[in-house]
Design a protein around this ligand. Structure first.
Ligand SMILES: NC(=O)C1=CN([C@@H]2O[C@H](COP(=O)(O)OP(=O)(O)OC[C@H]3O[C@@H](n4cnc5c(N)ncnc54)[C@H](O)[C@@H]3O)[C@@H](O)[C@H]2O)C=CC1
Ligand SMILES: O=P(O)(O)OC[C@H]1O[C@](O)(CO)[C@@H](O)[C@@H]1O
Length: 378
């Protein structure tokens, strides 16, 4: 069995590549970073170091690498003969990997089994987004794409911090990981990936994950940044930061319980487990990494505006989420292009125009006046 995985970064090597390897797949990493591809090609194995209680080191072997910017023909051939294609490139990059996946699908022999395509990104329905880009790239052959591929959405959860350059291609990760994949598109013939969980309906899982883990983590990052902390564990040890994170997650939990009819006690336990993960002092994670790309994180369906808008539509409380959004506006990290753009937009636009442009919410939405107020008063 062969898997082609786009994005040989933190999640690629430290999570999805590892689980595919453990499932018995030969993994072909595709990436645009030539130095990384050379390093992977030169290695026979790499280690994934799990840190924190019960952490172990796992070794990945049986992989190859293709430079997707330089060797499209080789990549098309790999996709044409693969069983699985996964991505962990970032939600905004999916449109750039779609054309070569379309070409690989069209190059498959018509008798081949259908290719399982799964985007492993922090975004709702990321595989649907990728599939739409692949169909659009295939043009008149879009029907053939759907005959030859099965598209399944996924939710991925493992904190993988930025890596020490001296570690080569080894990766340090937390012990926890969860890969949830929707099963219905496979019609009963799901790929065999023991480390993944297949579920009929992914909606509750991805919203629970994004609106708990990611909302909480990003709140810790932005509040930590505003308070002058550099590391996430250090920020989370600050009582004021932790208090805001806990308040915000009580609001998102109220939404998740109401919307998905989750058991409140189970959601409380899930939230507590996640708070303990943020406190993991063995993870060398920074507020700048976790806060990266603030414009993506403040967009319409993402971890802040997604839950806050739904709460407001239900007439439920949003005060703590709005406070966290206000704190996010203070994220000013020159090394992050979206942070620079965020600060420029704040300087250039009136509060109402800023809210509409960044969050995508129309003026008449019940959340909008609260956001305009927080932008105006910052
Ligand atoms: N790091 C984490 O803790 C988690 C990250 N995620 C999600 O996983 C995805 C990847 O995140 P990370 O691994 O942290 O990022 P990363 O920056 O470590 O890795 C992304 C990789 O994609 C490569 N890439 C960029 N453009 C490409 C292209 N056109 N074709 C092929 N490769 C390309 C980059 O060179 C890089 O190696 C994101 O969607 C993120 O939200 C999800 C859960 C946890
Ligand atoms: O690109 P993003 O959305 O910041 O992804 C990284 C995030 O994913 C998570 O690791 C959770 O799985 C976050 O806690 C982390 O900050």
């Amino acid at each position: 069995m062969k898997a082609v995985h786009f994005g040989a970064g933190n999640i690629g090597r430290g999570f999805i590549g590892l689980l595919l390897h453990e499932a018995g797949y030969e993994v072909v990493f595709a990436d645009v970073n030539a130095d990384l591809i050379d390093a992977i090609t030169a290695a026979d194995s790499y280690d994934v170091h799990e840190v924190g209680a019960g952490g172990r080191t796992k070794t990945v072997t049986g992989f190859r690498a293709v430079n997707s910017a330089a060797d499209e023909a080789a990549l098309i051939e790999e996709i044409a003969t693969a069983d699985v294609v996964t991505t962990a490139v970032g939600p905004n990059v999916l449109r750039f990997v779609a054309p070569v996946i379309a070409k690989g699908l069209l190059a498959r022999s018509s008798g081949s089994p259908r290719l399982a395509v799964m985007a492993c990104e922090n975004a709702i329905s990321a595989t649907d987004t990728l599939a739409a880009e692949i169909r659009s790239s295939a043009g008149d052959s879009a029907v053939t794409v759907d005959e030859r591929a099965v598209f399944a959405n996924t939710a991925v959860d493992r904190i993988v911090p930025g890596q020490d350059p001296a570690a080569g291609i080894d990766v340090t990760v937390e012990t926890f990981c969860e890969w949830v994949i929707e099963s219905t598109p496979f019609g009963g013939a799901t790929p065999v990936i023991p480390g993944a969980t297949f579920v009929d309906a992914l909606g509750p899982y991805i919203e629970r994950k994004l609106f708990t883990v990611n909302t909480g983590h990003a709140t810790a990052a932005y509040a930590g940044f505003a308070a002058g902390h550099q590391r996430i564990a250090e920020a989370f040890a600050d009582p004021e930061v932790r208090d805001l994170v806990e308040r915000v997650l009580r609001e998102t939990s109220a939404l998740l319980v109401a919307k998905h009819e989750l058991d409140p006690a189970e959601q409380d336990a899930y939230r507590e487990k996640i708070l303990a993960r943020f406190a993991n002092d063995a993870l060398p994670d920074t507020v700048v990494r976790v806060g990266r790309q603030p414009l993506r994180k403040l967009s319409r369906d993402e971890r802040f505006i997604g839950p806050a808008s739904q709460l407001a539509e239900r007439g439920m409380l949003t005060d703590d989420l709005v406070e966290a959004i206000g704190v996010a506006l203070r994220f000013d990290a020159p090394e992050d292009p979206e942070s620079v753009e965020l600060q420029q937009l704040l300087a250039d636009l009136a509060p109402a125009a800023f809210v509409e442009r960044v969050t995508g919410l129309p003026p008449e939405h019940p959340l909008t006046p609260h956001l305009v107020e927080v932008v105006a008063s910052r």
